[in-house]
Design a protein around this ligand. Structure first.
Ligand code: PMP
Length: 425
């Protein structure tokens, strides 16, 4: 059945999917087609039920089809799907986000994380009048041209495209360094800090599995940006409203100049945002010269899903409970992996987690992530899937727990994991 659906999808959809990781290429096999989702569960086209640890790659922090979110979407839709003109809910959404996130004075809504990161980079370049940006290997900031770049061999300072179609002349303005290696940042800034418009970083990296930035690393970024008057951009598309209500910046207490958001703020609808210091944001059109726009930006239906989600996760104790549940999951998985004698370690922050088939005690670098046992991951993934546990189909993605996951769900997950881990031996 799934094979048939995938074959049909491939006829007119490039690669059969609308986003590459969905195709199961890195774990092999055929992607599952889903029909319905409720709370912590997904249901495939054959009616099989799965406990979901992907949560649409992050947004579904309240679980799927939360009745209040669905109701708000229905109500908003009945009043019109899009106006392309100001609506009150956009102001309410902006006020709510700026209220919850510690370092946002002004914000602008867009329709995806990619768009938000791309716009923040342009704004930082416009603000500083500089072209170069610094990013880190293993971090993902969407697929804008300047960001699909890796370090060129040998020369730290000359980025090369990671995708055909990205002009080399643009890629050379992107400097890619190693994550959690503050000394590299110091070195590059002392060489060419005056040319660098911005550093963009995931303060808790969620695109090389889950790797929290170290305090030394993130505070070095802040320090060099202050010294050289470069813009520090925290990409909190994944960590925002996920690791804590105020994002990673509230945990580390480090103030970025700009913040990029997505995922949870849309509650499952296509929403992204970027914001930060008013003196930078005021450079955006129409008040300033840096151009940025969107037909569907601030869409009222999407805003209503996002705003309802933000209101619900702002309830006292929400993140405490979510974090405790996520920790329970990773600690119990660690226990059973130890019992099965499989080299394994985990990272956890808030409602986000990472599982690593590695003998390392603590994973802090991209190199360590790349060194994990891929074969173990693939077998674990498929074993879990066969038993109704849906993990991200890639060893380089973070996992997510929602407020709807119960202790019973977690116990079941751990029981199945133990069975699969023993089989790996
Ligand atoms: N930044 C980060 C940190 C992300 O995790 C993602 C998506 N996974 C993006 C940007 C891009 O967001 P989108 O897929 O909505 O374009």
């Amino acid at each position: 059945m799934t094979e048939k659906l995938f074959r049909a999808a491939k006829k007119h959809i490039a690669g059969g999917v609308n986003s590459p990781v969905r195709a199961f290429k890195s774990v092999t096999g055929t992607p599952v087609f889903f029909k319905k989702a409720r709370g912590a569960y997904l249901y495939d086209t054959e009616g099989r039920k799965y406990i979901d640890y992907v949560g649409s790659w992050g947004p579904m922090i309240l679980g799927h089809a939360h009745p209040d979110v669905v109701r708000s979407v229905q109500k908003a839709s009945a009043n019109g799907l899009s106006f392309g003109a100001p609506t009150e809910i956009e102001t309410q959404m902006a006020d709510k986000i700026c209220d919850l996130m510690p370092n946002l004075e002004k914000i602008r809504m867009v329709s995806s994380g990619t768009e938000a990161a791309m716009s923040a980079i342009r704004l930082a370049r416009g603000y500083t009048g500089r072209d170069k940006i610094v990013k880190f290997e293993g971090c993902y900031h969407g697929h804008a041209d300047s960001l699909l770049v890796k370090a060129g061999s040998g020369a730290l300072t000359l980025g090369v495209p990671t995708s055909p179609g990205v002009p080399a002349s643009l890629a050379r303005h992107t400097i890619t360094l190693d994550y959690n290696k503050p000394e590299q940042v110091e070195r590059i800034f002392s060489r060419m800090g005056e040319q660098i418009a911005a550093i963009i970083v995931e303060p808790v990296a969620g695109n090389m599995n889950c790797v929290p930035g170290t305090r030394a690393f993130l505070s070095t970024l802040r320090r060099v940006c202050n010294k050289y008057q470069s813009v520090l951009i925290f990409d909190e598309v994944m960590s925002g409203f996920r690791v804590a209500l105020g994002g990673a910046q509230s945990i580390y207490n480090i103030k970025p100049d700009l913040t990029v958001l997505g995922k949870v703020i849309g509650g499952g609808m296509p929403v992204g945002a970027f914001g930060g210091l008013a003196r930078i944001m005021d450079l955006l059109a129409p008040d300033g010269p840096v151009y940025q726009a969107g037909t569907l930006s601030g869409n009222p239906v999407a805003m209503s899903a996002g705003l309802t989600t933000l209101r619900l996760i702002s309830r006292p104790g929400f993140f405490k409970q979510l974090s405790a549940k996520t920790k329970m999951l990773t600690e119990e998985l660690q226990d059973v992996a130890d019992q099965a004698a499989i080299p394994f370690t985990t990272n956890t922050m808030g409602g986000m987690f990472g599982l690593f088939f590695s003998g390392a005690k603590r994973i802090t670098t991209f190199g360590q992530v790349m060194g994990c046992n891929q074969d173990h991951f693939r077998k674990f993934f498929h074993g879990m899937l066969r038993n109704g546990i849906y993990l991200a189909p890639s060893a380089y993605e973070a996992g997510f727990v929602s407020s709807k996951h119960t202790v019973i769900d977690i116990n079941k997950t751990v029981r199945i994991a133990y069975k699969i881990l023993k089989e790996l031996k």
